[in-house]
Design a protein. Structure first.
Length: 386
């Protein structure tokens, strides 16, 4: 912004705006060291400890998991963090499970719940309730929702193919304006389209600004879903997901037709006042969203899709009791998405050791990438245990 970055004076008694800014920044930074985030120790967890032993993704299956409803660490041959830092064999810890303890911006104590586990308090805001749990001894409604939840992740990953010919209209004419949302967990399977993707959006008839219908924006489903995923998390060369909200804010702020009025009313603000107030407001909102999300994740300590899918794959399939490899807590078979390996399958193995196992038609992951600069994994059949 053209200001002197070497001006570090914080004594504003002579009415120096720059000194006042430095003073405010100094106090805000000091507050951050005692707000519960443990910044002084690089945000290390202070008491959380995972129940499950680590999963080794480079090996098949998940044979050592203790509780399929709880979070499980991963030991990776190479771990690349959001900043692009590369680490050798590494088991990243659970990120911020204690963040319910962080001082919020605008969260209300009336929305706060405090639970205790292993002698430690876990603070949550806006408790959504228990996620669906797997009970292998009594596979009831909750266990079926558990299966559907993680099978949906696998099924929708099959939409990411660059060879997918399905075309969607991604304009507001077809996206948004949902008339009814799920009221409970058991409503989710009827809300989301398991095989085709999407939700019951009906779109909007006209653009409220122009009064005209929206022009269709046709895109291949595979291209759209990959771009959407990569926008929020596309590696070290761009912002992490919270930073993407500021990318959107900057785009809006730079738009020629924007009138910079606080909450849309009143006098037009200067660029500086607009930037300060908009950044402060959005930063506070993202801060509270992080506290809420990670507080919930910390308390419920829920399992990752890779852990759950591999766990169920090790059990078998749950669709045909009289068929091969049956277990009521195994994966559900879906033609074209989740099937059994037979003796003619390329996945059968040299000695047919994989016949009868569950396979999935999914985004295949790094094992199918030889050169990251030129190869892509694509969608195809792999063993569900992998």
């Amino acid at each position: 912004m053209g200001y002197n970055v070497n001006f570090t004076i914080t004594d504003y008694s002579n009415n120096s705006y720059a000194a006042l800014g430095n003073y405010l920044a100094e106090n805000i930074i000091s507050f951050g060291f005692q707000d519960g985030a443990n910044e002084g120790e690089l945000y290390e967890n202070q008491y959380y400890s995972p129940l499950n032993p680590t999963l080794l993704p480079m090996l098949s299956g998940n044979p050592n998991i203790t509780d399929p409803n709880r979070w499980q660490p991963l030991t990776l041959q190479i771990f690349i963090d959001q900043a692009g830092n590369i680490y050798p064999i590494n088991s990243p810890e659970f990120l911020n499970p204690e963040w319910g303890e962080v001082s919020p911006f605008a969260l209300n104590q009336t929305d706060q719940t405090i639970n205790n586990r292993d002698g430690y308090d876990y603070v949550m805001y806006h408790d959504p309730g228990m996620p669906p749990l797997m009970d292998t001894a009594n596979v009831g409604a909750s266990s079926e929702l558990y299966k559907w939840n993680f099978e949906l992740v696998a099924a929708w990953s099959s939409h990411l193919s660059s060879e997918d010919t399905t075309v969607w209209d991604i304009s507001p004419a077809s996206v948004g304006n949902i008339q009814s949302y799920p009221a409970a967990l058991e409503d989710h399977p009827s809300f989301y389209d398991f095989e085709n993707g999407g939700d019951p959006s009906i779109g909007y008839t006209v653009n409220p600004t122009t009064g005209q219908p929206y022009e269709p924006q046709l895109a291949r489903r595979g291209d759209f879903t990959r771009v959407l995923a990569e926008f929020w998390a596309d590696g070290p060369d761009s912002e992490t997901p919270p930073g993407q909200w500021f990318v959107i804010l900057n785009y809006v702020s730079d738009h020629a037709e924007l009138e910079k009025r606080y909450m849309g009313t009143g006098a037009v603000l200067s660029d500086l006042e607009w930037d300060v107030k908009s950044y402060f407001t959005l930063g506070g909102a993202v801060h509270d969203a992080a506290i809420t999300a990670w507080g919930i994740k910390g308390w419920y300590d829920y399992v990752r899709p890779i852990s759950a899918i591999r766990f169920m794959a090790d059990l078998g399939q749950s669709t045909y009791p009289d068929s091969t490899n049956y277990h009521p807590a195994g994966l559900s078979l879906v033609d074209g998405l989740i099937e059994l390996v037979d003796s003619t399958d390329v996945l059968a193995g040299a000695s047919y050791q994989h016949v009868g196992k569950v396979k999935m038609n999914v985004w295949r992951g790094p094992d199918y990438v030889g050169s990251p600069a030129t190869d892509f994994a694509g969608v195809g059949w792999i063993l569900a245990e992998d």
